[in-house]
Design a protein around this ligand. Structure first.
Ligand code: FAD
Length: 301
């Protein structure tokens, strides 16, 4: 038996280790080649042992959350991809909400509502995990993770576990120190405030309505592909470049929201990336603006 697979099974048990797993099953674009090994640990101990094993054996290692901000190339990912979806606990203590790295931020937002706590309403429609949301400093409609985070518990690539408080996280527009250093988010603690349930619910309903009416949620996508360039809106630049409905293969610039590239018909990563490049070149030629990627491109061609 393959030695790496055997070691991973010894650590995580057979049901939590998949070999040659298509990443299109784990990304919201429904695109992506195979990962050599895909592990879903059930305990922090298993998580730490996998990190230690990959580090000591110099194996490539990557974290995947809900795959909502990730384009995996068609050649897939070498080494070990870890997903924390089985470490998804959520709890409220007083006005603090404690979330495991694999929980959905939407569920955290919903739990805040259930406990009449305000602060996470902005996240009610963001389809990411807590870990992915922390790495990206996810935000929407005027709110962002930075506004409510108290601290996170992380594990470094070397397997060291420690806490980082808000001002150590370097949270900025769709970036943080977590991604730069490759820290794994095991847990995040948010500071919320007591609020009026009716008002919290109304805010969430309003944001859901705005999202559903403006975004092409009927097609697989990775959300906004590009960051907002200073002084502009990426979607408006793309729309004014006449690119809506254009693309390659099964990938297309959304006709509903130009900032999204949708997988309309069995797109490959190659289709998606060619469409990204076409958009960047056209916007640069038309407006002289360089669009920076918000989505993360990973894996091999
Ligand atoms: P992934 O896409 O899986 O990964 C993103 C990065 O985080 C990768 O570098 C990955 O290695 C890392 N990562 C994942 N888990 C961990 C962990 N536990 N520890 C450390 N690193 C980790 N984003 C917004 O900010 N606002 C929006 O309003 C918004 N709307 C969206 C709407 C749609 C329809 C879609 C598809 C996406 C949208 N996004 C939005 C993008 C996306 O949901 C966010 O960036 C989200 O925070 C990514 O989380 P994820 O778990 O899917 O991360």
């Amino acid at each position: 038996m393959d030695q790496i697979y055997k070691q991973l099974v010894d650590i995580c048990t057979e049901k939590n280790v998949l070999k040659d797993e298509p990443m299109k099953n784990h990304t919201l674009t429904k695109i992506g080649g195979k990962a050599d090994y895909f592990v879903t640990p059930e305990t922090h101990e298993q998580t730490a042992k996998v990190v230690e094993y990959t580090y000591e054996n110099n194996l490539p290692f990557m974290l995947l959350g809900n795959g909502s901000n990730m384009i995996v190339r068609d050649g897939g990912i070498r080494g070990v991809v870890m997903n924390l979806k089985k470490l998804n606990g959520l709890e409220v203590r007083g006005t603090q909400l404690i979330a495991q790295g694999g929980a959905n931020i939407k569920d955290a937002s919903r739990l805040g509502l259930d406990h009449h706590l305000t602060g996470l309403e902005f996240a009610c429609g963001i389809p990411g995990s807590i870990g992915g949301a922390m790495v990206m400093n996810a935000g929407a409609y005027g709110g962002e993770v930075k506004d409510v985070i108290d601290h996170v518990t992380v594990v470094s690539k070397e397997g060291e576990r420690f806490k980082l408080v808000k001002n150590e996280l370097e949270l900025d527009y769709r970036t943080s120190i977590l991604g730069k250093k490759g820290y794994m988010v095991l847990e995040a603690v948010f500071n919320l405030e007591e609020g009026d349930r009716t008002i919290i619910k109304e805010t969430m309903d309003d944001l859901t309505y705005k999202r559903e009416s403006k975004q092409p949620l009927e097609y697989p996508s990775a959300g906004s592909v590009f960051k907002r360039p200073p002084g502009y809106f990426a979607g408006k630049l793309i729309q004014d470049s006449g690119l809506q409905g254009k693309g390659f293969g099964g990938a297309e610039v959304s006709t509903k929201h130009a900032g999204f590239i949708v997988n309309k018909n069995n797109a490959t990563a190659t289709d998606y990336i060619k469409t990204i490049n076409m958009v960047r070149e056209t916007v640069k030629d038309t407006f002289g603006v360089e669009l920076e990627l918000e989505v993360k491109l990973v894996g091999e061609d």
